[in-house]
Design a protein around this ligand. Structure first.
Ligand SMILES: CCCCCCCCCCCCC/C=C/[C@@H](O)[C@H](CO)NC(=O)CCCCCCCCCCCCCCC
Ligand SMILES: Nc1ncnc2c1ncn2[C@@H]1O[C@H](COP(=O)(O)OP(=O)(O)OP(=O)(O)O)[C@@H](O)[C@H]1O
Ligand SMILES: [Ca+2]
Length: 543
């Protein structure tokens, strides 16, 4: 389609057959959509539909099959030419499906003109990936990764003409190590088929590789890390799939494959975790000490149970009711507009995340002339905690659709630090149950939540050991609680749960890196009227 005078984008309007009838079909570049409407007077008209060009998957010339050919008496005499448009159809609960519509006409030239115009427009969608590197964990979740990829995802990638190099992992860290060896720069993205643990592996490989190639020392907790622009796509096939659920709104392989195909881009905050100037891990979802650390540690021994292991270990850990003493120092996130008690949550196009993106761009322009983080105030809290959770995102998942911190933002450069102090089992249960209903889980006197950009944690035990390592009495009676021997107080350390993997150190230093990486996602879309989208009955909406 050629440009119209005044730079206006052109429209291609034709009368094309769809089923048994003739429809007015418009390819409107100005409005970025393909629309088809029944030209009969409104009272007799059928549905009017449109699809944004950005959500068209592909277009193909089609041979009409027997059923489709039975469209009218006279058409049987003439050769018909047809093309099929495959597009994203939005269903309930953020689920996406691949739908298609076939148009026909007798004029071969017109049919080719439509195919060419649509293909040209698809070519112009520059954010779409053409070549992907795919890692499949065959043992994640219910061990369905390979089947899910082959049956549900690969056919869609091939429909969208995406070429792939597929690696089925043979051991843990296979994907991570591989990402340090391959030429990652020839790919438009990396896809991981598995759960949060598999995503974490791929993220460590990719982010780590970029730092290595840029000469950044990951062991330096103050290093300015280099942003990774190669997007990661998650095909959920794990046990929790919290990262997928929190960034797409559902954990569904077909929906995620379609977000990859249309080339969505969602920046994501990443926290770096250090111990004594040594890099331990990155985290994007949950860094949990106490309750979630203990669940993870116990559940690792029960991997054979599959996703059920978390419920089993969750129940056990709930009954054990251990609490842990320690000190937390944190720097409040003053740069961000939101607060963890906000009623609104992070959604597609979130203005709070956009604001952080602008601030980040300004910081990059100033080349670090901004004030040093170390100079900003630290707040210190000592106490006995059942759980210490730091989340970079809501951590919504099928178990808790609103997540651990419903108002946390995907890309605002901050994490929500949730401190659950020692309380009764009954109160802790009330707190847990609120993750599954509409009530506010922060509205308890024993729960505090802060939006932070960095924090440090030291357990009482390591503080004591550091201050008096030679105290033999302490070592000897270390396993008993000095204050009240019969209580649940645990003076052995808990473990940090870092996105579903355990950390070896309990004393850690954490810093949030704003938008360090990008996903093939768009955040959770607002449930708007447009959702029924592409099948409106009112002509006014279309015109
Ligand atoms: C009474 C029902 C209360 C239900 C409360 C549900 C809260 C669920 C919150 C889930 C938060 C997930 C955070 C995501 C963490 C991921 O980076 C990580 C890697 O995949 N997953 C886990 O660590 C896996 C963590 C799995 C956590 C499962 C927690 C299950 C708790 C069960 C408590 C039962 C108490 C029953 C008492 C009668
Ligand atoms: N071939 C393999 N054999 C054994 N372990 C593997 C293999 N490939 C990957 N892994 C490891 O398996 C771990 C768990 O995988 P994954 O995250 O896919 O599933 P999950 O733990 O069931 O789900 P979730 O993380 O959502 O709870 C990952 O940390 C990854 O390092
Ligand atoms: Ca965040």
């Amino acid at each position: 389609m050629e440009r119209l005078p005044g730079g206006r984008r052109p429209r291609l309007v034709s009368s094309l057959g769809l089923g048994r009838r003739s429809w007015e079909v418009t390819l409107d570049e100005e409005r970025g959509r393909l629309a088809w409407r029944d030209p009969r007077p409104p009272r007799r008209a059928g549905e009017n539909c449109f699809v944004p060009i950005s959500e068209i998957i592909s277009v193909e010339e089609t041979e009409l099959n027997k059923k489709q050919r039975n469209i009218g008496k006279w058409q049987k005499m003439t050769k018909l030419h047809a093309f099929t448009v495959y597009y994203v159809k939005k269903a309930r609960n953020h689920r996406w499906r691949c739908s298609d519509v076939t148009f026909w006409c007798v004029d071969e030239h017109l049919c080719n003109q439509w195919i060419q115009a649509l293909k040209e427009l698809l070519e112009m969608q520059k954010s779409r990936p053409k070549q992907l590197l795919v890692y499949i964990n065959p043992y994640g979740g219910k061990r369905q990764g390979k089947r899910i990829y082959e049956q549900k995802v690969a056919p869609l990638f091939s429909l969208a003409s995406i070429s792939t190099d597929v690696v089925i992992t043979e051991h843990a860290n296979h994907a991570k190590d591989n990402l340090f060896e391959v030429n990652i720069y020839k790919y438009d993205g990396v896809v991981c088929v598995g759960g949060d643990g598999m995503f974490s592996e791929v993220m460590h490989g990719l982010v780590g590789r970029i730092q290595k190639d840029s000469g950044i020392d990951q062991n330096n907790p103050k290093a300015s890390l280099v942003q990774c622009n190669i997007r990661i796509g998650i095909i959920p096939a794990g046990s929790t799939d919290c990262i997928c659920y929190s960034t797409v709104g559902i954990s569904d392989p077909v929906t995620s494959a379609l977000h990859i195909i249309v080339g969505d881009c969602q920046p994501l905050d990443v926290s770096s975790v250090h111990h004594n100037n040594m890099f331990l891990k990155y985290s994007v979802s949950l860094l949990g000490y106490g309750f979630y650390g203990d669940i993870l540690k116990d559940s690792e021994k029960k991997r054979w149970m599959g996703p059920m292991r978390y419920d089993y270990s969750g129940f056990k850990t709930f009954l054990s009711h251990h609490y842990y003493e320690g000190t937390i120092a944190y720097q409040p996130a003053k740069h961000t507009l939101g607060s963890p008690r906000d009623k609104d949550s992070c959604r597609t196009g979130c203005y709070i995340c956009k604001k952080s993106e602008q601030q980040l761009a300004e910081q990059h322009k100033d080349c670090g002339l901004k004030h040093e983080e170390g100079e900003e105030e630290w707040k210190v809290i000592k106490g006995k905690f059942l759980a210490i959770n730091a989340v970079n995102m809501s951590c919504a998942c099928p178990r808790s659709p609103k997540g651990l911190s419903p108002a946390a933002h995907l890309a605002d450069g901050s994490a929500d630090l949730i401190l659950v102090r020692k309380c009764s089992r009954f109160d802790f249960l009330r707190y847990l149950v609120r993750h599954t209903n509409q009530d506010d889980q922060f509205d308890f006197p024993f729960v505090d939540v802060y939006r932070v950009k960095s924090f440090q944690f030291t357990s009482k035990l390591s503080e004591d050991n550091e201050s008096n390592v030679m105290d033999i009495g302490k070592k000897r009676f270390g396993q008993f609680c000095r204050d009240h021997p019969a209580c649940c107080c645990n003076i052995v350390n808990s473990t940090w749960n870092c996105d579903g993997e355990t950390l070896d150190s309990s004393a850690i230093e954490v810093r949030v890196h704003c938008q360090l990486m990008k996903l093939f996602a768009r955040g959770i879309e607002e449930n708007c009227k447009d959702e029924a989208a592409y099948s409106q009955n009112s002509a006014e909406q279309l015109l």
